[in-house]
Design a protein around this ligand. Sequence first.
Ligand code: UDP
Ligand code: MG
Length: 208
Amino acid sequence: MGTAVDSVNKEANGSLSDEKKVKVVFVLGGPGSGKGTQCANIVEHFGFTHLSAGDLLRAEIKSGSENGTMIQNMIKEGKIVPSEVTIKLLQRAMQDSGNNKFLIDGFPRNEENRAAFENVTKISPEFVLFFDCPEEEMERRLLNRNQGREDDNIDTIRKRFKVFVESSIPVVEYYESKGKVKKIDAGKPREEVFEVVKSIFSAIDKAD
Ligand code: UDP
Ligand code: MG
């Protein structure tokens, strides 16, 4: 039977048609490094669909799903939600988008997330955009952004930084070893960061 997963897989393998091949860019960086902000810019200029794993998880809480309370507790503690939950949400969003170019923002957050995503979807990213930003700057942005997020308080922020260094940096290192990381100095003002981001995506557009 053709499930949503199968059809994303088929496209990833290029078996439907080459132009339908699914392209994924993972957008990684610490909390407050500017992933969401820059993804919105990329969408506007380059026709990608932006999928923020954190936003999908927050929407799942709001929807009253049976996993909602578990997800909410994990986010409050800055912990990483089990892969199968996040991957299901990502697959569904990819399927529903009708697009074949995705920015996956804030995922994979640990090695287990990464391996599970590759195993389940058979998709490997075209590249990884890594926003490198000093912790003091990220902390300042998180404390000033006032989006009403339960995890933007100093206690949870410290936990998120720790999880980022211990669990997410190894994912960046894995992709670095494969030559797939494009690292960006994300401590600069957002307009300057976007100039660099734009040059990366323009070069790819030309290569297509
Ligand atoms: N989260 C998760 N898995 C993901 C993405 C997010 O478990 O793949 C949870 C995790 O608890 C994280 C929180 O959602 O601390 C917020 O993630 P988001 O990416 O929205 O925050 P950011 O890092 O951009 O500040
Ligand atoms: Mg975000």
